[in-house]
Design a protein around this ligand. Structure first.
Ligand code: SF4
Length: 419
């Protein structure tokens, strides 16, 4: 098989990892669709063919959605076979059609975790030499070479990645340890151990499997929605989502709303926006938003609810951490909200952000005397000054209305006098 030779990867690897480039070639071979015919077949025909040729496909896809909607980001159906490969394009299409970011993120998490899990299995069996990891990266257009004899400061670094490749796979990772400054970097190469490379691959898979929400235009979407299996899937998914309302409908924002409560500061709005769109939060973001909620008279229930849309939500863990932060467990100490200096040091301050930024945070609050007061705490100063700002705005609107009604009266009186 050509691609197996081209990338020096077994057919089994392509069946296991459908996100590899050209893995669809194996699918088309199985369907006996010649490469030269591909250009003349529409996406609709391909989808119909997949459901016709693989009758079990529909049930496997339903099971996949059942899992992710219940926050089980794993495959509970077989992987590494042709059906697993056939599922991938259909899952992408369904999530694009649904336009639901929470489903999309759950999908990427599932493939990313599956990749790491499979690689660890191969590693345990010791039949997955480092060269195969190199070949997987090569298939993805990332240069990662293997030299088992390289040691730096007494540590063995069998993998070497060039700078553009490293930046491509690592830029979306928030953890400080992936910053270039914290890596062994020499002669334009980053030296890595196997564990690092597996994690980088996992994160790259997360990016690679993210559905393209613009893939399906209106016309294609209406054609897709005529395919009986697609109608069945979309129906079933919306029913499943309806029975998990809390996860799919944030109690703070309605779907599509980008700006939350008028009294929330930019840093908190940005975190809530991310969690509402199904993204996993960093440790500091979780604590920041939980402390903010608990210090602004929200209940433990309301605080736990924030995290329900998070792909890695676990009720027990979220509840335990929230109760701990609220002082109901552990040492019984209620934690204060982080101040702005601390949030800035975590890179969580969004004072100048194009979507969430606020003049109050950027320029400070203006007292009646003209003195400028900087915002120092999101749960205290920001809320106080925001209320002042809103009251001032409201008062000026009332004054404007009174003045204009006053003017109207004067005009009316003049008109009457001149009669
Ligand atoms: S200035 Fe403070 S309240 Fe405003 S966005 Fe930054 S951290 Fe949040």
């Amino acid at each position: 098989m050509e691609i197996v030779q081209k990338y020096n990867l077994s057919k089994q690897i392509f069946l296991q990892f459908p996100w590899l480039n050209e893995s669809s070639t194996i699918l088309f071979e199985d369907l006996e669709i010649a490469e030269e015919k591909l250009g003349s077949i529409s996406l609709i025909d391909i989808v119909q063919t997949l459901f016709k040729e693989y009758p079990v496909l529909l049930d496997r896809i339903k099971q996949f959605f059942r899992n992710i909607i219940q926050s089980k980001e794993e495959f509970s159906t077989p992987t590494g076979d042709i059906i697993h490969l056939a599922m991938y394009p259909i899952l992408q299409i369904i999530v694009s059609l649904s336009g639901n970011r929470i489903l999309g993120n759950a999908l990427t998490n599932t493939y990313a975790k599956h990749c790491q899990f499979e690689l660890s299995k191969y590693n345990a069996k010791k039949d997955f030499p480092n060269k195969i990891l190199q070949n997987i990266f090569s298939n993805l257009g990332i240069s990662c070479t293997v030299d088992e004899h390289i040691y730096k400061n007494g540590i063995k670094y069998p993998f070497q990645m060039d700078l553009p490749s490293y930046l491509k796979v690592s830029t979306k990772i928030r953890n400080e340890s992936w910053k270039l400054i914290n890596r062994f970097f020499e002669d334009g190469k980053i030296y890595l151990i196997r564990h690092d490379v597996v994690l980088l691959l996992r994160e790259f898979v997360r990016q690679k499997t993210l559905p393209d929400y613009k893939l399906i235009n209106k016309e294609l979407s209406s054609q897709m929605e005529k395919i009986p299996e697609i109608i069945d899937l979309l129906d079933e998914i919306s029913k499943m989502m309806a029975s998990h309302k809390k996860r799919f409908e944030s109690s703070i924002f309605s779907e599509g709303e980008t700006i939350g409560s008028e009294l929330f500061p930019p840093c908190i709005k940005a975190i809530l926006y991310r969690v509402m769109h199904g993204e996993n939060l960093s440790h500091n973001e979780r604590l920041g938003v939980a402390f903010f909620y608990l210090n602004t008279n929200h209940s433990i229930e309301e605080t736990v609810d924030i995290f329900r849309t998070s792909p890695d939500f676990d009720e027990n863990i979220a509840r335990y951490q929230t109760e701990f932060a609220a002082g109901s467990g552990g040492k019984g100490k209620k934690y204060s909200m982080y101040n702005c200096v601390k949030l800035k040091s975590f890179h969580l301050c969004k004072d100048d952000d194009p979507n969430f930024g606020d003049k109050l945070c950027r320029d400070g609050a203006k007292k009646r005397s003209g003195e400028i007061v900087p915002i120092q705490n999101p749960a205290k100063d920001f809320i106080f000054w925001k209320k002042v700002e809103l009251n001032r705005h409201l008062r000026s609107q009332i004054v404007e209305q009174l003045e204009s009604s006053d003017e109207t009266e004067k005009i009316k009186k003049k008109e009457e006098d001149s009669k």
